[in-house]
Design a binder for this molecule. Structure first.
Ligand SMILES: CC(C)(C)c1nc(N2CCN(c3ncccn3)CC2)c2cc(C(N)=O)c(N)nc2n1
Length: 324
């Protein structure tokens, strides 16, 4: 086998191992095996630099820091979400939806990841641009930093031209470790994982972003000419088929009662997750019903974000209180 064939073979193996580890969370080889193949790929690419391609697993962490981020216009705006704070708000939402559609409507519930909204564009299967939501119409091009998120495929076998959207976040373990390191260096720790994720993706040096162990869950699509699916749930399944990391806890709910049960379940179970969620997003499942309901200035009429009550502030007993 010649070097080019060996390079192709190593890339395929490394992409598979990376997918198993970071998207499926079920690694099939040890880190040692992975690192050994990566070292072989890097040395072969050093020997034959003309064979290096942007989607090679060795190219995740870019070179020099940027001077600034370019602006990106979202062709399809990234919307906001109206909020619900209690069961009554959820029932009001359901009533508006049922009145608007005039027949039974089913929903999809998703955990509301407490990170930052991101858009990823792929052309012929190649990851070409990643951007922040920004103000919904103008975001920042942070492609070099998003490439460092291991669960984002640099290329997908299907060769789709598609824009996908999701939430980038910092898992709890990474957040704790980062703040411990900051405190050791006498630096100001991040207040919460969302700020830590946003701060990490705003770094101009991709090596810093790469060191922050960020992750992402994809939950929607933006521009997609070929798109002909009928429901949001089918889209979530399709994103998974394309090799994207989708949150496994999403659920179809036939009635608002089932939505309320799901909200109750995760109000109690959220502290078992290894990432932060600040609520539940409820979406009308059928895309033609979403279209029929349309949008208000605040956001879609076919979706709402239930926000968990702020955790009762755990008051630190001060000396005075303790001393009484
Ligand atoms: C596509 C729609 C509009 C229905 C939508 N919009 C979302 N968001 C809008 C508001 N966003 C926002 N961000 C900053 C400032 C204002 N709004 C942040 C994303 C969603 C966020 C999550 C999540 N966090 O896990 C999710 N599972 N589904 C979403 N779905």
């Amino acid at each position: 086998m010649n070097s080019q064939e060996r390079i192709q073979e190593l890339r395929k193996e490394l992409e598979k191992y990376n997918y198993e580890y970071h998207v499926l969370d079920t690694p099939s080889v040890s880190d040692y095996e992975y690192d050994k193949r990566m070292q072989e790929l890097v040395s072969l690419e050093e020997e034959y630099p003309e064979l290096i391609t942007a989607d090679s697993p060795s190219q995740r962490v870019g070179g020099k820091p940027l001077d600034a981020f370019e602006k990106v216009q979202h062709v399809i705006p990234m919307l906001s979400l109206g909020n619900a704070f209690n069961e009554e708000d959820l029932r009001d939402f359901d009533k508006r939806v049922q009145d608007g559609i005039g027949e039974q409507v089913s929903y999809v519930c998703e955990l509301k990841i407490d990170g930052l909204a991101i858009s990823l564009r792929y052309e012929d299967g190649l990851f070409v641009q990643g951007a922040t939501r920004g103000d919904g119409t103008t975001g920042e091009d942070i492609t070099v930093n998003l490439r460092t998120i291991r669960s984002i495929p640099l290329r997908m076998p299907e060769g789709e031209t598609i824009e996908v959207r999701g939430e980038a976040f910092m898992p709890h373990r990474s957040f704790i470790a980062l703040n411990e390191a900051k405190e050791e260096n006498g630096e100001e720790p991040f207040a919460n994982p969302r700020n830590a994720a946003a701060g990490s993706l705003r770094q101009l040096d991709p090596k810093i972003a790469a060191s922050r162990n960020l992750d992402i869950f994809l939950y929607g699509v933006g521009q997609w000419d070929a798109g002909e699916l009928e429901s949001h749930s089918e889209r979530l399944e399709y994103l998974k088929k394309l090799g994207f990391k989708t949150n496994p806890e999403w659920r179809k709910c036939a009635t608002i009662e089932e939505v309320i049960a799901y909200v109750q379940e995760w109000t109690e179970a959220r502290n078992q997750l290894n990432y932060e969620i600040d609520g539940i997003v409820i979406k009308v499942d059928h895309l033609d019903q979403q279209e029929e309901l349309g949008f208000t200035a605040k956001g879609p009429r076919w979706a709402i974000a239930y926000k968990f009550p702020a955790e009762e502030a755990i008051t630190k007993l001060t000396d005075i209180e303790l001393s009484v």
